[in-house]
Write a protein that binds this ligand. Structure first.
Ligand SMILES: [Zn+2]
Length: 289
């Protein structure tokens, strides 16, 4: 910046006082703009389903879709955009006397169509009142685990894959179960034998353990802080308890085929509160496509 001004001054051969004033004013304007854009996005090329980490470089509050984001002492904040996010989203930076919009480009993705046939009809379209009540109750437990907003900053770790195996399902694909279009699939499926280990992809605090939910079977949720959590379903066994701190790489469960699963696999999910994100985008070696 300094070089730029020196060059400008040389080029203009500034002699008059008025020219100096103009230069000083221009310089102030440039500084003002630099502050107005006091947000830096640290995630490279955010796309639909991305967990997006940013840094606030000035004093102020950051909002995404009316929600004020928690900001660390170092200025770090995080939020996520869902599968169907528009090609541009906006953060709002609120300072004492100003509100500045900060647009972020969101790469648009294409989704796979996934057909699953041969499921027991009762699992595709549950009818009984008893089953529906169970599904509601379990949904409530999951929702409350995902709505936690804690101070932990484990979401900043470089995530690793929680299991070894064949990728058998990806985030965002449209599922057609027994010929009926259903909600998109929000997990990364890793197929392997029942009993194979599941490890924590990043450190966190266990926020939910359930032995057998109707859809998801053995279910585990880990809170990574600031509204970021990860979910592990169809588990055969779970070796951690609610409130326990787990370290990245620590064994937390084993792969199973519990709940609505056609074979043994881990279904790994990532959430920003109740927005479902793509966990595969956090793994450095994969593109998530
Ligand atoms: Zn799955």
């Amino acid at each position: 910046m300094l070089n730029y001004w020196i060059t400008a001054i040389k080029l203009m051969q500034v002699k008059s006082f008025t020219s100096w004033i103009v230069l000083v004013l221009l310089s102030c304007l440039t500084t003002f703009n630099a502050h107005a854009s006091g947000i830096k996005i640290l995630t490279t090329e955010p796309s639909q389903g991305s967990m997006i980490v940013g840094q606030l470089l000035v004093d102020g509050d950051v909002y995404f879709e009316q929600k004020q984001l928690k900001v660390s002492p170092g200025g770090i904040f995080v939020f996520g955009v869902g599968r169907d996010a528009a090609s541009s989203v906006e953060l709002l930076l609120k300072q004492k006397n100003s509100e500045v919009k900060f647009p972020i480009n969101i790469r648009q993705r294409e989704w796979q169509i996934e057909r699953v046939d041969g499921l027991p009809p009762g699992k595709v379209n549950p009818k009984s009142e008893e089953v529906l009540a169970r599904i509601r109750q379990e949904g409530g437990l999951v929702k409350s685990a995902r709505s936690k907003e804690t101070e932990y900053s484990f979401f900043q770790e470089d995530f690793i894959l929680p299991a070894e195996g064949r990728i058998s399902g990806v985030y965002g694909s449209q599922r057609i179960l027994n010929g009926e279009p259903k909600r998109p699939h929000f997990g990364l499926d890793i197929a392997n034998k029942t009993g194979q280990p599941v490890v924590a992809p990043a450190s966190g605090i266990v926020s939910l353990v359930h032995k057998d939910m109707f859809y998801s079977g053995g279910t585990l949720i880990i809170d990574h802080g600031y509204g970021i959590s990860s979910t592990y379903i169809h588990l055969n066994s779970i070796s951690v308890k609610v409130g326990e701190m787990v370290k990245q790489g620590q064994e937390i469960a084993t792969i199973g085929a519990t709940g609505r699963a056609t074979g043994p696999h881990l279904d790994w999910r990532l959430n920003w509160f109740n927005t479902r994100l793509d966990p595969q985008l956090l793994i450095k070696t994969s593109k998530g496509e």
